[in-house]
Design a protein around this ligand. Sequence first.
Ligand SMILES: Nc1ncnc2c1ncn2[C@@H]1O[C@H](COP(=O)(O)OP(=O)(O)OP(=O)(O)O)[C@@H](O)[C@H]1O
Ligand SMILES: [Mg+2]
Length: 340
Amino acid sequence: MLKWLSSYFSQDLAMDLGTANTLIYMRGKGVVLNEPSVVAINQDTHQVIAVGQEARNIIGRHGQRVVTIRPLKDGVIADFEVTAVMIKYFLAKILRKRQIFRPRLVVAVPTGITSVEKRAVIEAAEQAGARYIHLVEEPMAAAIGAGLPIEKPLGNMVVDIGGGTTEVAIISMFAVAYSESVRVAGDEANEAILRYVQRERQMIISEVLAESVKMRIGSAIAPEVPERIDITGKEILTGIPKTFSVCDEEIREAIKEPISAIVEAVKRALEKTPPDLAADIHDNGFWLAGGGALLKGLDKLLHQSTSLKVNIADDPLTAIARGAGSVIEHVDFYRDVFIN
Ligand SMILES: Nc1ncnc2c1ncn2[C@@H]1O[C@H](COP(=O)(O)OP(=O)(O)OP(=O)(O)O)[C@@H](O)[C@H]1O
Ligand SMILES: [Mg+2]
């Protein structure tokens, strides 16, 4: 009875605190928040103007006094104060009507995170009002979210391609047996598109537009039907806004480098995997998660480069949050995955 009461009054949450997006999973409810990791601040008054989707909507469209900050970089906290403010706002948003006091929280963090970086995550979450903060590695959460049997003595391989980092991990018996992480993912692809358009077309476009171009016609290998879209930027020479068109082939060329860095990271991980686990991966292939998994043709390119079966996790953008969510739904079973 006591146990039942305590679980009734406390609320367990899991959070995927990502460079691009923050997601929160609530026990018994599923993913209850999914917003960009962005905060808009008035530089003069230090007042927070908007957080999450609202802040992202005003990127590049606000006055000089406002700055939009992405407080995480390469998967870790780059701006502690702003991260704490952001987490606090998100927690308040989902707990508002529920009269919940200091939720227990599981946070997914990159593998190989330093103890200082871990401390920063825990302190930011504490400042935001959470208690009992547990950490789980992102590829572990991704593997659970993809439905892999991570408890078995089997090589389960996942590749989580986010905004800031790509993490490749081989997981067996609740532990990461090998991991490889590169600070190249979706953000780098956006920047590459921006630079390409500047260099080859003498046009300036925003990062938000570069990302939308990537999502609409970006690809890792040529699609069956060529694609072309019109976009508007500023001509470098005159500063005048102009509409011009770009095609899938140009965007593929633009993002060639970041894509090959991701492929190389996967190949390196495979080279370094112990032979028995490698045999399992040979039989079962590996799983892609994170928003980068949605880049058209990336699964096919990885298949061509490794000869392995490549699976895309269901709803790859929420896989990490759902995996961390499974951990709080079945804490006893997943006890060994916590890293602090
Ligand atoms: N349809 C799509 N095609 C290509 N890329 C996409 C698509 N949808 C989302 N992305 C990219 O996925 C990235 C965001 O993925 P995700 O939310 O998994 O990252 P994150 O968890 O916030 O970052 P990290 O794990 O590096 O901290 C962005 O770079 C975004 O551009
Ligand atoms: Mg992520």
